[in-house]
Ligand binder design. Structure first.
Ligand SMILES: [Zn+2]
Length: 282
């Protein structure tokens, strides 16, 4: 399978293989041995058809036993147990929830007791945060000084609401995090070339980003639609939150450009499974 990378080697995420299972990691985080992170691909699971094969959604019509096995496999590959996971409840909000050991297994082995949570933070070892994707933007945060992590789901609504900044502020409040010490990364998601949006979406970005920023975020086409860069927008959000440019990593891979390798809502017209982002403290 040919993978289309949008950044040169050394700057994009790197595939890690375990048998036929492949997941992606950040090359700049290889030395962060106290943390476990990864982003799943479609490869290495047991689901069939449009869910083939590493679908991590229980709510899109796939068989539950297959999804449980997929979670078991991806967890083992990246280096934790599925029982350690705490899952988000993504509804395009900017709500960020602090979780801990008492929440382990929620969304996998037992029901969640919360709703409308698009961002998760923790400072407890043994807890692995999980959020889910098929074009929307994953945001990863590691605070190596206070030993804390954050993981947030940033679609266009979350980006307009600047959930990245909300997550940093939650970590500051809860863990004493200083933004200039944070390591942050944008995860695999839809690129500007693939992401056409209508004027009502752009109007929201005009309200929440400066004119200078807008020049770098979108352009108008002859059909009256726009091409929007959610990666750049979230980079702006990171910078606004006080994260240093040299502490930011970009994915260098688009879900929609690689629909056989990654699930893409746009490329599949909604017939798809979910990818997972994972981040925890060992
Ligand atoms: Zn693309």
């Amino acid at each position: 399978m040919e993978i289309i990378w949008s950044l040169p080697e050394g700057q994009h995420m790197v595939p890690e293989k375990k048998g036929d299972l492949i997941y992606l990691v950040y090359p700049g985080w290889k030395d962060q041995k106290e943390y476990v992170h990864g982003f799943s691909t479609r490869l290495g699971g047991v689901s069939q058809g449009m869910y083939s094969s590493m679908n991590l959604s229980f709510t899109r019509g796939d068989e539950e036993t297959a999804v449980q096995e997929n979670f078991r496999r991806i967890s083992e590959a990246i280096g934790f147990l599925k029982e350690d996971l705490v899952c988000s409840d993504q509804t395009h909000t900017t709500n960020v929830r602090r979780v801990g050991k008492q929440d382990r297994g929620k969304g996998i082995t037992r029901p969640k007791n919360f709703t409308d949570v698009d961002g998760l933070i923790t400072n407890e070892p043994g807890v692995v945060l999980a959020t889910f994707y098929a074009d929307c933007v994953p945001l990863f945060f590691i605070d190596p000084v206070h030993k804390a992590v954050g993981l947030s789901h940033s679609g266009w609504k979350g980006t307009v609401g600047k959930i990245g900044k909300v997550t940093v502020e939650a970590m500051e409040r809860e863990f004493g995090t200083r933004p200039e010490e944070l390591l942050a990364a944008v995860g695999p998601s839809i690129c500007q070339k693939c992401y056409e949006v209508s004027e009502d979406v752009i109007r929201q970005f005009q309200e929440h980003f400066t004119e200078k920023q807008q020049e770098a975020l979108y352009y108008r086409k002859e059909n009256g639609k726009y091409q929007l860069d959610l990666w750049k927008a979230n980079e702006f959000v990171f910078l606004e939150a006080g994260i240093l440019p040299e502490h930011i990593q970009m994915p260098g891979i688009c879900t929609c450009c690689n629909p056989d390798f990654l699930f893409s809502h746009r490329a599949s017209k909604g017939k798809r499974g979910n990818l997972g982002a994972f981040l925890g403290i060992r």
